[in-house]
Design a protein around this ligand. Structure first.
Ligand code: UGA
Length: 462
């Protein structure tokens, strides 16, 4: 393990960075942000994305998903000539000497990663690799430990004996959706996984401008660091959610308790926000994967099973709060604020709202569904639910509460804090709020006359 806080000064950085050409395979969150970020930093970057519709949008400077500032940086990099989208992976391999693999690794039914897209990428790359030029392949997709080693083997296998001049590294990504651009330019740390020390300098050239410590480890260690980091974040969330449950029984306010816990520097307040559980395309998936990896290696996985179980119970807890507040749900109109899994994104993967909707429909409630950004995504992905007679979708927050009996908040957009509460109160039939994210100010909401229920506070004491 090498910790490089002082970047290697002796290297002629300027000179070397001109030689680096970045290739990115896969333009999802990770791939697109990597390509946009590195091209903005001055590297020439080529992106290959199989989905033609996506590539066409990207060529026009349109981001296929909502991510703050991404489109601005995308357009700037395209106009500078540093960012090129190509339909031919052969062109990317010909032009680039550092090839980032950012394809998806979805989870299979048995909770192991599906390696199909990585395997396909290995096959395609192997076809075009020149025999006499050295290429570094960098895996950025979230993968099980051991993948980089496998990837190198697989490429050689597909080459069927032809000379193969490559090294495979692992540089995991830690960016958050909704903060992806900020996180790209301001990482906490850069983890570089290599199994051959000769490529360390090449990789450091790419990251020398970032003001973050660089840790050099083996590829398998880098892959484990990524998974373990996500598992730790999930653990923190389930921990605070458990504490919030006991707060409700002991007449304590979780907001006071979490502040007190987080004031210890060793613990910190980050990822100690109670709510209705962690969601999205990463934390739940990676937790399941880490459980599978532990099981496969016959290592006790009880910690992660508990984290998962606590998370799985959060929607029931939210439903119970709604039920308790309304007394009878049948025939009631419920406004659901939040479709995306969290604020700052239109991503609805694993969103808690998707779990809540069927429960409310089963109870014969009418649903008014609102989100500042994710309404269109919901329509695209759930066309049948979008025209369901008991669901009305709206992009206007006030329209979402007309004659409503209760608002339930499922994600944490700041927009909810800026809303005209007086107007909301007047538009509702019975002004009740169940805040699954503790995003509103309880005093303010109560002053307007709402019945207000949040997480980690005893109903009677609010
Ligand atoms: C997560 C990690 O934070 C990133 O570091 C990582 O790179 C990424 O996964 C990934 O593996 O690609 P992300 O899924 O974008 O990022 O979302 P987070 O901000 O981590 O939130 C995850 C879930 O936890 C959300 O549902 C959020 O609402 C919830 N959460 C977060 C809480 O309930 N409480 C908190 O205090 C923080």
């Amino acid at each position: 393990m090498i910790l490089l806080e002082e970047k290697l000064e002796e290297i002629n950085a300027e000179e070397n960075s001109k030689k680096i050409k970045i290739g990115v395979v896969g333009a999802g969150y990770v791939g697109l942000v990597t390509a946009v970020g590195l091209s903005y930093k001055g590297f020439k970057a080529y992106v290959f994305e199989k989905n033609k519709e996506k590539t066409n949008l990207l060529k026009k400077g349109i981001s296929p998903f909502y991510e703050p500032d991404l489109q601005k940086f995308l357009q700037s990099s395209i106009s500078s000539g540093n960012l090129v989208f190509t339909e031919e992976i052969s062109q990317l391999i010909k032009e680039c000497n550092h090839i980032y693999i950012c394809v998806g690794t979805p989870i299979r039914e048995d909770y192991t990663y599906d390696m199909f897209f990585l395997d396909s990428a290995a096959k395609e790359i192997s076809e075009y690799l020149p025999q006499n030029e050295f290429k570094i392949i960098i895996i950025k997709s979230t993968v099980p430990p051991g993948t980089a080693i496998w990837f190198k083997k697989i490429i050689k296998r597909y080459r069927r004996g032809k000379k193969t001049n490559i090294e495979v590294a692992s540089i995991p990504e830690f960016l958050r959706e909704g903060n992806a651009i900020y996180d790209f330019f301001n990482p906490n740390r850069i983890i570089i996984g290599v199994d051959n020390k000769s490529i360390i300098n090449d990789l450091i050239q790419i990251y020398r401008d970032f003001s973050a410590p660089i840790l050099v480890v083996s590829t398998t260690e880098a892959e484990l660091i990524k998974l373990a980091s996500n598992a730790f974040l999930s653990t923190k969330i389930s921990f605070i959610n458990s504490i919030s449950d006991i707060c409700e029984k002991l007449n304590c306010d979780i907001e006071n308790v979490r502040r007190g816990i987080g004031m210890d520097n060793r613990i910190g307040l980050d990822f100690l926000k109670p709510g209705i559980g962690f969601a999205g395309s990463c934390l739940p998936k990676d937790l399941n994967a880490i459980i599978s990896i532990f099981k496969e290696n016959k290592v006790n996985h009880i910690l992660f099973e508990s984290v998962k179980e606590i998370n799985n119970q959060r929607i029931d807890l939210l439903y119970n709060k709604i039920k308790k507040a309304l007394w009878n749900i049948k025939g009631k109109t419920i406004s659901v604020w939040g479709i995306s899994f969290k604020a700052g994104t239109d991503d609805i993967r694993e969103s808690p709202t998707l779990k809540l909707i069927p429960i409310l429909l089963k109870e014969n409630a009418k649903i008014l569904l609102y989100d500042p950004k994710a309404v269109n995504n919901f329509k695209k992905q759930f066309p049948e639910l979008s025209i369901h007679p008991s669901i009305k979708l709206t992009e206007d927050i006030y329209e979402s509460v007309v004659n409503s009996n209760l608002i339930v908040i499922t994600n944490d957009w700041e927009d909810y804090q800026k809303v005209n509460l007086m107007k909301i109160y007047e538009l509702m039939e019975t002004p009740i709020i169940v805040d699954g994210r503790n995003i509103l100010n309880p005093l303010q909401v109560s002053e307007y006359g709402f019945e207000y229920y949040r997480i980690g506070v005893n109903y009677e004491s609010t």
